[in-house]
Design a protein around this ligand. Structure first.
Ligand code: FRU
Length: 463
C-alpha cells in the first residue's frame, strides 16, 4: 500500500499520458468540426517500444477530454510491427491520417509503407492501406513520419524523415493533387546538410514572414551546452518554395527545448490561426527509460502541455496556450520580495510566475529540494540541475539567454516540469522523481537583487 502511494506521487494531472503502457510521439494533431484531436504513439501492452498503435483523445477546451478507442492498430500486413508516427489534414469534411506502417521480415529486415486512413466522423478510421512503398534509390528503409499540408496553389505536400544510403539524415518531399496519388519531388533541402544519421518527425511551420523546418535529427555530437541529450529536436528558419524546396537561412540548427526530455514535436494550426505544438516528454534511450519509476505502475512517458508557437526576431517563441489558465484554482498566492525565501506550494500541480521589476541577478531556485535552477546574470546563463534517476548522479542542461532574465514561468507537476523563460524565449522540459514530501520552493540570492513578484496558482487536473 505504502509503495502504491509512493508511486501515485508521480502521477500527472494536466499532462496527457496513456492510461497504461508506453506513450511516445504526438501524432495527427488536427482541429476538426470544433474539436481538437490528439493522437499519440502507444504501446498498450507494456512499457517497451513495441507494437505501436495510435491512442486517440479529443477536447474542445484543453481541459475536458474524451478518450476513444485507438484510431489505428498494427494488425495489417503493411503495419504489423507498428503504426508509426504521422499527421492529419481535413479534406472535404473528412480527416485524413497519414502514418508509417512498420514491417519487419523474419530475418529482421525493415520495410516502411506510408499509409492512409480516413474518417467521416472523427471517431472511426478506415484504413486505405499503403499510398507509398519504398525503397527509394539512394535511401535506406528508414523513411517515415509523414507530415502533410496544403500548398498555396491548392496542391498537397508531404515530407518524410529519411536516411540516405551514406547514412546521413534527410527530408524527402512528395506532392499530390488528391492526397492518394503521390509523386516524389526529391530532397526538400536545397543543399544537403550534414546533421546526424537519421531525421525523424519532420514538420513545416508557416508564419507571415518565415517558414520553419522542424525535425528530430539523431546522432548529433554534444557541443558545449548544445545537443546533450541522446537525440535532439530543433529547426531551421528559411523559405519553403512552392516547387518543394526549402531554402534555409544562414542560421544554425536551433534546439526547441533545452531540457532533458523533449523529442518528436508536432504542430498544427487551429481555426483561430494559432500554431500549437505538442512534444513527447521523453527520448528513446531504453536504459534510462527502463529505470523510470512509473513503470512499476504500468505506464511511462507523457506529452508536453500544448504550446502556442510564434516566430519573433528570428526565433520561435513557445508559451503555454491561453486555455491552460482555466486550470488555475481561484486563490493564488502573491509574494513581493527582494530577498531569499522559501515558499510552500499548496499542491504539486502549480503554475508559478516569477516577474522581476528589473533584470534578475544571480540566484539559485530549488524546487522540492531536487531540481535546481541556477542563473548567472553576467553571462545570462541559466542552468538546470537534477539527479539522474538511474545513476543517482547530478546532471545539468544550460542555455545562454539573448536578453536579461525578466520572467520565469514554471509549470510543475509531481514528476514533470516545464520551465519557460522570458515568456517562452527558451524552454526546458524534464521529468524528476522525488521520494520525500517536499513542497518547497527555495530562493537563494547570491547578490542584492531587484524586487520580484511571485505568483503561485494551484492547478486542477484535466477532467
Ligand atoms: C520518434 C519515432 C518515429 C517513429 C516512432 C515510432 O520517436 O522513432 O520516427 O515513427 O517514434 O514509435
Amino acid at each position: 500500500m505504502e509503495q502504491t502511494n509512493k508511486l501515485k506521487q508521480y502521477d500527472l494531472g494536466y499532462h496527457i499520458r496513456s492510461p497504461k503502457g508506453l506513450l511516445n510521439d504526438p501524432n495527427g494533431l488536427v482541429y476538426y468540426k470544433g474539436v481538437y484531436h490528439v493522437f499519440y504513439q502507444w504501446n498498450q501492452a507494456d512499457t517497451t517500444h513495441q507494437s505501436k498503435s495510435w491512442g486517440h483523445i479529443t477536447t474542445k477546451d484543453f481541459i475536458h477530454w474524451k478518450t476513444y478507442k485507438p484510431a489505428l492498430e498494427p494488425v495489417d500486413w503493411y503495419d504489423k510491427d507498428g503504426c508509426y508516427s504521422g499527421s492529419a489534414v481535413v479534406f472535404e469534411g473528412e480527416i485524413y491520417l497519414f502514418y508509417t506502417g512498420n514491417v519487419r521480415s523474419e530475418n529482421g529486415e525493415r520495410k516502411s509503407y506510408q499509409c492512409l486512413a480516413v474518417s467521416e466522423d472523427g471517431i472511426h478510421f478506415e484504413k486505405k492501406g499503403p499510398i507509398l512503398e519504398h525503397p527509394i534509390k539512394g535511401y535506406t528503409a528508414h523513411v517515415r513520419d509523414p507530415k502533410v499540408w496544403q500548398g498555396k496553389e491548392g496542391n498537397w505536400w508531404m515530407i518524410l524523415g529519411a536516411q540516405k544510403e551514406n547514412l546521413t539524415g534527410d527530408a524527402l518531399i512528395y506532392q499530390s493533387a488528391n492526397l492518394v496519388d503521390w509523386t516524389l519531388v526529391g530532397s526538400m533541402l536545397e543543399e544537403s546538410i550534414s546533421l546526424g544519421f537519421m531525421w525523424e518527425c519532420p514538420d513545416l511551420l508557416k508564419f507571415a514572414d518565415r517558414d520553419i523546418f522542424v525535425f528530430s535529427p539523431q546522432g548529433l555530437e554534444a557541443e558545449g551546452e548544445k545537443y546533450n541529450n541522446i537525440y535532439q529536436s530543433g529547426y531551421f528558419t528559411g523559405e519553403f518554395l512552392e516547387n518543394g524546396t526549402f531554402v534555409k537561412d544562414n542560421q544554425p540548427f536551433e534546439e526547441l527545448d533545452r531540457g532533458f526530455e523533449f523529442y518528436a514535436p508536432q504542430t498544427f494550426v487551429d481555426d483561430a490561426g494559432r500554431t500549437i505544438l505538442y512534444g513527447w516528454v521523453g527520448v528513446m534511450e531504453p536504459e534510462v527509460e527502463a529505470a523510470v519509476p512509473t513503470r512499476q505502475q504500468g505506464w511511462i512517458h507523457a506529452l508536453t502541455i500544448p504550446r502556442e508557437i510564434r516566430y519573433e526576431n528570428g526565433k520561435l517563441i513557445q508559451y503555454p496556450i491561453a486555455e491552460l489558465a482555466n486550470l488555475r484554482k481561484e486563490n493564488s498566492t502573491v509574494i513581493k520580495s527582494v530577498g531569499n525565501e522559501a515558499v510552500k506550494m499548496t499542491s504539486l500541480q502549480q503554475d508559478i510566475l516569477i516577474e522581476w521589476s528589473k533584470a534578475a541577478t544571480d540566484f539559485v531556485l530549488t524546487v522540492r529540494n531536487e531540481v535546481e535552477i541556477n542563473y548567472q546574470a553576467n553571462s545570462k546563463k541559466l542552468t538546470l540541475i537534477r539527479t539522474n534517476w538511474k545513476t543517482r548522479g547530478k546532471e545539468e542542461r544550460s542555455v545562454f539567454l539573448k536578453r536579461d532574465l525578466m520572467e520565469l514561468r514554471i509549470m510543475v507537476e509531481s514528476s514533470l516540469i516545464e520551465l519557460f523563460l522570458n515568456r517562452g524565449e527558451e524552454v526546458f522540459t524534464l521529468r524528476y522523481f522525488v521520494d520525500e514530501d517536499d513542497f518547497l520552493l527555495r530562493f537563494n540570492y547570491l547578490k542584492e537583487t531587484a524586487e520580484k513578484t511571485l505568483t503561485l496558482y494551484s492547478l486542477d487536473s484535466f477532467v
